[in-house]
Ligand binder design. Structure first.
Ligand code: 5RP
Length: 235
């Protein structure tokens, strides 16, 4: 938890007065929002766009002004968690099921920062099951087609109930393993009607902040530091 706290709190140093901030989802983001709430209580003026209902509720408890994504014409900075990321900034997100909104917010943001504990900074992504948002209508057929592509799909069930996203859809977790070919998996996913979005976030962030036992490391994306040009490289 301390590693997440260190990363979350450090990320707030990039938040400046007047910014529109994209707030991610998850336990690491919690610490960023808690600290941001403190900054707001001391007079900082920002607006926030939330990537999930749970984040919206949390931000409001800290008196952070939350606006709808359609009320803003841009987002200055999005700060979010991540499930796995490698040194080429290939990432998997969506462990909390908010990947679709997280991807929309990240794609609109001028700058994207992800915060994580060091266990998530890996040599190759794929051990963490890839979350994929699918339409409930015809989901058994979608699952079958994903299975036909050898993508090892598992419908996400929480406490005995099918997990429902904030968009009213289902999540399928793909058990792919480390030796996956990202481009090939994305091509297969894009060929299946019923698949709405996948949890690959390829080269979408500008820097990561990695919390360790007693320090934080800031690693800038060598390919795109300062810009957002390479979004959707494999799409
Ligand atoms: C939610 C996400 C989260 O950012 C990701 O799962 C990391 O969560 P946590 O900080 O709780 O480990 O993608 O959809």
């Amino acid at each position: 938890m301390e590693q997440k706290r260190l990363a979350g709190e450090k990320s707030t140093e990039y938040i400046k007065d007047g910014m529109i901030i994209g707030l991610g989802t998850g336990s690491t983001v919690y610490y960023m929002i808690e600290k941001l709430g403190d900054m707001v209580s001391k007079g900082m003026k920002i607006k926030a766009v939330a990537t999930s209902h749970s984040t919206e509720r949390l931000a409001k408890t800290f008196d952070i002004q939350v606006v709808s994504i359609d009320e803003v014409d841009h987002i200055d900075l999005a700060i979010d968690g991540v499930d796995e990321i490698d040194s080429s900034f290939n990432a998997i997100k969506g462990g909390g099921g908010a990947l679709f909104r997280e991807k929309i917010v990240a794609s609109l943001a001028k700058q994207v920062i992800w915060i994580l504990d060091e266990s998530k900074y890996v040599d190759a992504v794929g051990e963490f099951p890839l979350p994929v948002e699918i339409l409930p209508f015809g989901y058994t057929h979608t699952l079958k087609r994903l299975n036909d592509h050898s993508l090892n799909p598992e419908l996400r069930v929480v406490d005995g109930n099918t997990f429902i996203t904030d968009n009213g859809n289902y999540i399928v977790d793909l058990h792919l393993g480390k030796h996956l070919n990202i481009r090939e998996v994305i091509q297969k996913l894009n060929s299946v009607t019923g698949v709405l979005e996948n949890g690959f976030f390829i080269n979408m962030c500008d820097r990561i902040i990695v919390g360790s036992e007693d320090h934080v490391k800031v690693i800038d994306n060598p390919c795109k530091y300062g810009g957002n040009g390479a979004i959707g490289k494999y799409k």
